[in-house]
Design a protein around this ligand. Structure first.
Ligand code: FCB
Length: 474
């Protein structure tokens, strides 16, 4: 997989060399939770907490990908995918989060990578997609500075074993969710709700990213690419009134600039520091941290699902939460004075409004804010109420429409100069959708969790055609 500028985009299709992929994450698909030396992660613990995950679902078995990875890679090959974004389970690679590597755990990723390469599919490895070893959480988790150092050691173990064959690495997936849903409102593992802890966790996650980037640079071949994946928010004020634009500025700070400024400019935004001053003095930022955090990276991954519409709070009309996140409490530290509203448009099964322009807005903003930095859409997709009909087929026209609209937004952004090098559909398989359990299906391949039978949905066939032709139909 190359991040080099491909041939010029065309008005009707995608540039030659554009990377077509699909994405998954370890805890959501692997299962085999207690096999071959893997120890519990915070998600194993959290999913057992009564009421934390819908229906009491856990990732114990999930899509059983640990045992079925060959079949799953064969499916990817049938779809014609050029790349596969997966994550490594930290407690599988380094049980307990410290000490030596677990050879049996690394063997699994070794086999997976070899299988992908044998099929001509480029592996894109994410080191952290939310499954912190429970032992590290017991010592403070991401609120403990040490966790960042443990992460860098784990990154070294993974790079030493897989670095000769994995060309593209991502340190963290969506640290916003790890910090703000994990420690801010407790909707995700480890289920803590303390806004000050969320800010501390945020900084330590970024420190982990920086330290791991340094380690990966030392250990990987020079041509390897190191990246970070963020779920940046396409923030829109409801109106141009000053109250609404102030709300948008505040949420843009807490969703976007709180990551982009330290990672790309080596500083935290002054307005975010001011907005959060009543919660934290930011003394957890030590000398040298920002230099570590702002080590150059080769690409930025963007995950996008739906935009974020905000307005000045109206105490007279208290609205239910409308920011697409579960939970009664806000995940946002310091969102005082902000009201979240639904965007226009139809909704997915998550209740998330469908709005492809948000993706275009983010890609063109990144084009302007980070000139020349290669971009990857590392997640995009939708959940719908899918079922297999009596003939066994899964018809998912809404997902096809969602993907069509969003891929067209990517195509438009490329035509307008955004250096987008690839697109990874979320998700290859139906899987464990975190606090929603198995109730929400994001896959283009249907999984019957009782039999583990895989059935490509209509959207999989549609996507295969897009991948094959490099253009959108119609
Ligand atoms: C993202 C996560 C991914 C999946 C999608 C729907 O926030 O990175 O694991 O749950 O949302």
């Amino acid at each position: 997989m190359t991040l080099e500028a491909p041939t010029a985009p065309t008005r009707s299709g995608f540039p030659a060399g554009f990377v077509w992929g699909a994405a998954t994450a370890a805890y959501q698909i692997e299962g085999a939770a207690a096999e071959d030396g893997r120890t519990p992660s915070i998600w194993d613990t959290f999913s057992r907490r009564p009421g934390a995950v819908r229906n009491g679902d856990t990732g114990d078995i999930a899509a059983d990908h640990y045992h079925r990875y060959r079949e799953d890679v064969a499916l990817m090959a049938e779809l014609g995918l050029g790349a596969y974004r997966f994550s490594l389970s930290w407690p599988r690679v380094r049980p307990g989060g410290r000490g030596p590597a677990n050879p049996a755990g690394l063997d699994f990723y070794d086999r997976l990578v070899d299988e992908l390469l044998a099929r001509g599919i480029a592996p894109v490895a994410t080191l952290y997609h939310w499954d912190l070893p429970q032992e590290l959480e017991d010592e403070g988790g991401w609120t403990a500075r040490d966790t960042a150092y443990r992460f860098a050691e784990y990154a070294a173990l993974a790079a030493d074993r897989l670095g000769d064959r994995v060309p593209t690495w991502t340190t963290l997936n969506e640290p916003w969710c790890s910090a703000f849903l994990g420690y801010g409102n407790g909707v995700h593992a480890p289920g803590r709700s303390d806004p000050a802890a969320a800010l501390t966790a945020h900084h330590h996650l970024l420190l982990a990213h920086g330290l791991a980037t340094g380690v990966l640079r030392e250990r990987l071949p020079a041509a390897a690419q190191v990246s970070l994946t963020l779920n940046l928010a396409a923030v829109r004020p409801l109106t141009t009134d000053p109250g609404d634009t102030r709300a948008a500025r505040r949420i843009d700070g807490l969703a976007n600039r709180i990551f982009l400024d330290p990672v790309f400019h080596g500083r935290y935004p002054a307005d975010v520091l001011a907005d959060t001053a009543h919660l934290a003095d930011w003394a957890f930022v030590r000398d040298g941290d920002l230099a570590e955090i702002s080590r150059p990276i080769d690409a930025l991954g963007l995950n996008y699902y739906t935009p974020t519409v905000v307005a000045a709070d109206d105490p007279a009309a208290p609205a239910p939460r409308q920011d697409g996140h579960q939970g009664e409490r806000s995940p946002w530290p310091a969102d005082e004075g902000v009201r979240f509203l639904p965007a226009e448009g139809s909704r997915t099964a998550m209740g998330w409004p469908v709005d492809a322009d948000g993706l275009y807005e983010l890609l063109t903003r990144l084009r302007d804010d980070l000139p020349g930095l290669p971009l990857l859409v590392t997640e995009n997709g939708a959940a719908y109420e899918d079922y297999a009909d009596p003939s066994g087929a899964v018809h998912d026209p809404e997902r096809v429409a969602y993907l069509h609209g969003h891929l067209d937004a990517v195509r438009r952004a490329i035509a307008d100069g955004a250096p987008v090098r690839g697109y990874f559909l979320w998700s290859l398989l139906d899987n464990f959708e975190w606090a929603y359990g198995y109730g929400k299906r994001f896959g283009i391949v249907h999984v019957d969790f009782a039999s583990q039978r895989r059935t490509p949905k209509d959207s999989a066939h549609w996507y295969a055609e897009v991948v094959r032709t490099g253009r959108l139909p119609g």
